[in-house]
Design a protein around this ligand. Sequence first.
Ligand code: ADP
Ligand code: ADP
Length: 224
Amino acid sequence: MRLEGVTKTYNADTAAAVEVLHGIDLILQRREFVALTGPSGSGKSTLLNIVGLLDRPTTGKLFIDNRETSAYGDAELTRLRGHSIGFVFQHHYLLSAFTALENVMMPMLADREFPNEAMRERAHALLSEMGLAKWENNLANNLSGGQQQRVAIARALAMNPPLILADEPTGNLDTKSADTVFDMMRKINADNGASFLIVTHNNDLARRCDRIIEVVDGRIVTPP
Ligand code: ADP
Ligand code: ADP
């Protein structure tokens, strides 16, 4: 993943226009496990949304899988997002009336390329990796916060994306659960080589990443 000269202006062409990212250059190598830190309001979520193809840069370029994305239409972006990027948020956004297993199957269902049994097997394998095989038939509602976040990570991995974006994935968790969730992400990174970009305010966890990128007032202030 690579950003070149990316800016973001919210409410462009109105009196309320404000540029919140200024000329961001960033390369995330394959297998890199990187923390994104900085004060509240500095632009971390905006940056993550752009990398995750949820929002477009106002100017500048975003490369995913070596492809420049600015000319892509919404349908192409949605497809690229589905195959290339996994998301984990501070809130898990699981469907509470479905089981852990069903939640992990959702992205594969949406993709319509998997036979039913293959989906079920893959979801089971991912939940086992997260230490959740015993709970896979529990409703998402009936799991602890740490377990729910591990289900959300398994769901993010369903399509085997090369890039995982996480916005404060441990923000709602106690120290022990946060450590477990972080360790699981590190293990996935070591095992399958997915790159991670993780927004965190937890300095202990940030220090355990390969590298820390700090954003202040819409600019990266750490040396490359
Ligand atoms: P962080 O994630 O570091 O807290 P954000 O990316 O959420 O920072 O916000 C960066 C700046 O952009 C803030 O000043 C915020 O108020 C502003 N901002 C974020 N989203 C929007 C939006 N949809 N419309 C207008 N301004 C926004
Ligand atoms: P280039 O290799 O020309 O700089 P990119 O900016 O796309 O092109 O890639 C930068 C690095 O990140 C390369 O090592 C590339 O293999 C790797 N890469 C590209 N896309 C992804 C992705 N989706 N996830 C993880 N790494 C990626």
